[in-house]
Ligand binder design. Structure first.
Ligand code: RP5
Length: 164
């Protein structure tokens, strides 16, 4: 199976990045975790992106906060799909990173998830890898069905309590 790369701009991003790692692990998807910064280590970020396909990766998650150029910079240097996670910051609550990540110019796409949306970033990667992996597709379908069951059970409990 292809690997997923989880890249973050700083170790201060780890609490969110770890949620993506946990979700990938749940599906048995192999992954690597790296710290590369579009601003602080631009050469390392570029080199990793340029070699990622050759190194066996199938998708890249890039998580960054503030003036978040990481996902776009990675996407500029690979033809692999890139999922961007804008991270919440102290001063602007993540709206800064959201706009920096989502507003890509035409031609270099970044699939941007919600602010701190690590679980959806991982799930999108699972969906991408599942296109060529029937066992993973079945696992993902089962996960979605189980999530639906959880909500239906919550609805049943609320209806039982309030509707008479
Ligand atoms: C971004 O700046 C990082 O992705 C992080 O979210 C933010 C702050 O980084 P630190 O100052 O905590 O290293 O590049």
């Amino acid at each position: 199976m292809k690997k997923v790369a989880i890249i973050m701009g700083s170790d201060s991003d780890l609490p969110v990045a770890e949620k993506a790692a946990g979700k990938l692990a749940e599906f048995g998807v192999p992954f690597e975790v790296h710290i590369f910064s579009a601003h602080r280590t631009p050469d390392a970020a570029r080199d990793f992106a340029r070699g990622a396909r050759e190194a066996g990766f199938g998708a890249i998650i890039a998580a960054a906060g503030m003036a978040a150029h990481l996902a776009g910079a990675i996407a500029a240097n690979t033809i692999l799909p890139v999922v961007g996670i804008p991270l919440k910051s102290k001063n602007l609550d993540g709206v800064d990173a959201l706009l920096s990540t989502v507003q890509m110019p035409s031609g270099i796409p970044v699939a941007t998830v919600a602010i701190d949306g690590a679980v959806n970033a991982a799930l999108l990667c699972v969906q991408m890898l599942a296109l060529g992996d029937e066992a993973l597709a079945e696992k993902y379908a089962a996960y979605r069905a189980a999530e639906t069951e959880k909500v239906l059970a919550k609805n049943a409990a609320v209806e039982e309590r309030f509707n008479h």
